[in-house]
Design a binder for this molecule. Structure first.
Ligand code: GUN
Length: 287
């Protein structure tokens, strides 16, 4: 049996088309959706991610303001930048690319973003709303994964979902989104004992480890017909890869995401969607 490839590029394109229409409608009402990106330092992966996000904004008609700050920036300087973007009425969304350098407190920085401009859905306020099933701005990668399930009509109610990730960016928000859809969710991590026993029992396996020397999801770790969502982006044998060997896993899985071209494009598409939502929220604030 060979499973179906979950084509993140195709699903992301469908989301982008919806966003493009919403942008046109907002512009007709005099609102010009705008995303401010904040990149600190020159981490190569982060530089590429932010460029991709800006390019995707341009494709759907969202304006961007680029803030590329030196790696040596102080906490006070970064706080001042976030404050100025919070107060800038022409900016609807603020994206502070993670990770940040060691001298910067990530929690302090993210917490400072105005919740209605928090297009990453990572502020404590929006993370709390998400946990309660009430968030308007949801973390991008987790909500992108939910969009993939929806597009491919993959049922979640009553399914046994095993995640290998517990981060604020992926595992924790995804846990709540899956629970809301009535899945039974287990969160595994680096200290989980007998990890393969968990993944083998799962209807759906979601992995986001990103280090092949520590973890590789192999065929013998999933059950026949499992759905496999690979969130990791790493380098393996000189090529971009995720936590699993797609060509191998798809022989046993019913659905699986490739890397690249799976979850990655969805993160960007959901950022665009959140920016449009944030721009709509700004309507309630008056001029
Ligand atoms: N670094 C890796 N993924 C993300 C993301 O989705 N948002 C932000 N802000 N930083 C990241």
């Amino acid at each position: 049996m060979t499973g179906t490839k979950i084509d993140g590029l195709e699903v992301a394109q469908a989301v982008k088309e919806r966003v493009k229409k919403a942008v046109e409608e907002l512009k007709a009402q005099g609102i010009n959706p705008c995303l401010a990106t904040v990149l600190v330092g020159d981490n190569q992966a982060s530089v590429t991610y932010v460029k991709n996000k800006q390019k995707a904004c341009a494709e759907v008609g969202i304006a961007t303001k680029d803030h590329h700050m030196p790696a040596s920036i102080s906490q006070k300087e970064l706080n001042d930048l976030v404050d100025s973007l919070n107060n800038d009425r022409s900016v609807h969304g603020i994206l502070v690319q993670l990770p940040l350098p060691d001298q910067i407190n990530e929690f302090e920085t993210i917490s400072r973003i105005s919740p209605i401009k928090d297009v990453d859905g990572l502020t404590p306020y929006n993370a709390g709303l998400l946990a309660m099933g009430k968030a308007a701005l949801k973390a991008c990668t987790p909500s992108g994964i939910m969009e993939l399930f929806d597009y491919y009509k993959i049922e979640l109610a009553g399914k046994n979902v095993v995640m290998v990730n517990r981060s604020n960016l992926i595992g924790k928000p995804l846990y709540h989104l899956l629970l809301e859809k009535n899945a039974t969710v287990t969160t595994c991590h680096s200290k989980t004992k007998n990890l393969a026993e968990f993944t083998k029992a799962a209807d759906i396996v979601i992995t986001a480890v990103g280090d092949r020397t520590k973890f590789t999801l192999k065929q013998d770790m999933i059950k026949n017909g499992a759905v496999v969502i690979d969130v990791a982006i790493t380098r393996h044998d000189g090529k971009l890869a995720g936590d699993c060997d797609y060509e191998d896993i798809i022989k046993k899985a019913s659905f699986a995401t490739p890397v690249p071209g799976g979850v990655g494009p969805m993160t960007v598409a959901m950022l665009l969607k959140n920016t449009v939502t944030a721009a709509s929220l700004s309507k309630g604030l008056g001029k």
